[in-house]
Design a protein around this ligand. Structure first.
Ligand SMILES: [Fe+2]
Length: 405
């Protein structure tokens, strides 16, 4: 029996266990503040709650751009002592988390405010959980290792795509091996998040496009997931609708705050679904391209997404057709096959219209066996995909990506 088929059958009990866990575990959701100025309002809300010593976790670029200045000023105005830790780098390492913990201890902080993208939010989550639990970041790797909430964590995302402000997970890398470790714990969910277009308008168009496609991928993989339910369908339908209507504008008009607002909310909605529906083969393959070739996550998703949608079409024609009808992409009476194709065409049109480089010439055929093995290992047993791939399916997708110029 082919390895992928064996892997599929072995994975079924684990998938059933995951489905049960998503239904019975308590899910925390952050309070969300929306709109222009919501980041500063969040700081005042923290003052109202009585916090006195706040560590701001961010990166050097955002600090040098002055993005955190209004928040520092707001804390000062309310008599809160704050310190800025700007040591976060992309794909944060355990060393970065340790440095953030040291800054928190020096401040004797009683809360954390993250201002940044997915990397900063992940670092802030693990700093928060380690500080409250007394466990080292390494001891927190795995599922539910802290068994208590983290230090109160507040988040201002600077990108619109990861949905990290709402998820129960954080990823930390080993600085030597570059192996990524997952910390999954309800205790990392922030108390509150501010989705402020005055913060996200600093994103360049390419980052806006790539992170937006990441959000679109979360929504579509959530829609295709066999764990999807009525609530996740509501979140993901709203996310796809808003991304189709606003991503191009957010890229071409960086100062369009209404488009920024919509993209932040779309990313958040797709993030709300993630804890139930997880992701699928797009992420499983994209993670390998990111790890081997340093391709940013959203761009890797953009390279893989059309091929996985086409692969899933035989299993998802009715689901794709329903989404196309609900989004008004096809006539109400159109047959499933035509309606489903209308959705895929619209997704491809969007990918072609935003500044994301999707050429895959850097993929090396000699790397394919390792990429295929690692992608299938990641997906099978964890991701509730609607149609299983074997090695040849993944290889065909890799060859299709490599042919894109
Ligand atoms: Fe993602």
């Amino acid at each position: 029996m082919p390895a992928a088929i064996v892997s599929r059958f072995k994975s079924l009990p684990r998938l059933n266990m995951l489905r049960t866990l998503t239904k019975v575990l308590p899910s925390r959701k952050p309070l969300v503040l929306l709109g222009e100025g919501s980041a500063v309002r969040l700081c005042h809300s923290m003052a109202d709650q009585g916090f006195q010593r706040v560590l701001i976790v961010t990166d050097e670029i955002l600090r040098s751009l002055g993005t955190v200045d209004p928040m520092v000023e707001a804390f000062k105005a309310r008599g809160i002592t704050c310190s800025v830790f700007d040591g976060v780098k992309p794909d944060p390492t355990f060393a970065v988390v340790d440095a953030g913990l040291a800054a928190l201890r020096q401040l004797r902080g009683d809360a954390i405010l993250v201002v940044g993208g997915g990397s900063a939010i992940d670092a802030g989550k693990v700093i928060s959980l380690s500080a409250a639990s007394g466990k080292t970041p390494l001891e927190l790797v795995g599922v539910f290792k802290a068994r208590q909430p983290g230090l109160p964590l507040f988040v201002v995302p600077s990108t619109s795509g990861t949905g990290s402000e709402v998820s129960v997970a954080a990823v930390i890398s080993d600085s030597v091996t570059h192996v990524k470790s997952l910390v999954a714990d309800p205790g990392v969910v922030p108390v509150a998040a501010a989705l402020d277009p005055l913060v996200t308008r600093g994103m360049p168009p390419s980052v806006t496009a790539e992170t937006g496609i990441d959000a679109l991928t979360h929504a579509l993989e959530g829609w295709m997931s066999v764990f999807a339910d009525e609530q996740t369908d509501q979140y993901n339908r709203a996310a796809v609708r808003m991304i189709l209507a606003n991503l191009e504008t957010a890229c071409t008009e960086p100062g369009n705050l209404a488009a920024r607002d919509a993209m932040a909310l779309a990313s958040h909605y797709a993030g709300l679904s993630l804890s139930t529906t997880f992701v699928g083969y797009v992420h499983a393959i994209a993670h390998q391209l990111g790890g081997r070739y340093g391709i940013p996550h959203g761009r890797a998703n953009a390279m893989v997404l059309p091929h996985v949608l086409a692969f899933n079409l035989p299993s998802c024609a009715d689901r794709f057709a329903r989404l196309a009808r609900e989004l008004g992409l096809t006539a109400p009476g159109a047959p499933d096959a035509a309606a489903a194709q209308a959705l895929l065409n619209r997704i491809n049109d969007l990918l072609a219209s935003v500044p994301v480089r999707r050429g895959g010439q850097q993929l090396k055929p000699e790397d394919f066996p390792g990429i295929i093995e690692d992608a299938l290992k990641e997906a099978h047993g964890t991701y509730p995909v609607p149609r299983y791939m074997n090695e040849a399916d993944v290889e065909q997708i890799l060859r299709q990506i490599r042919a894109v110029t």
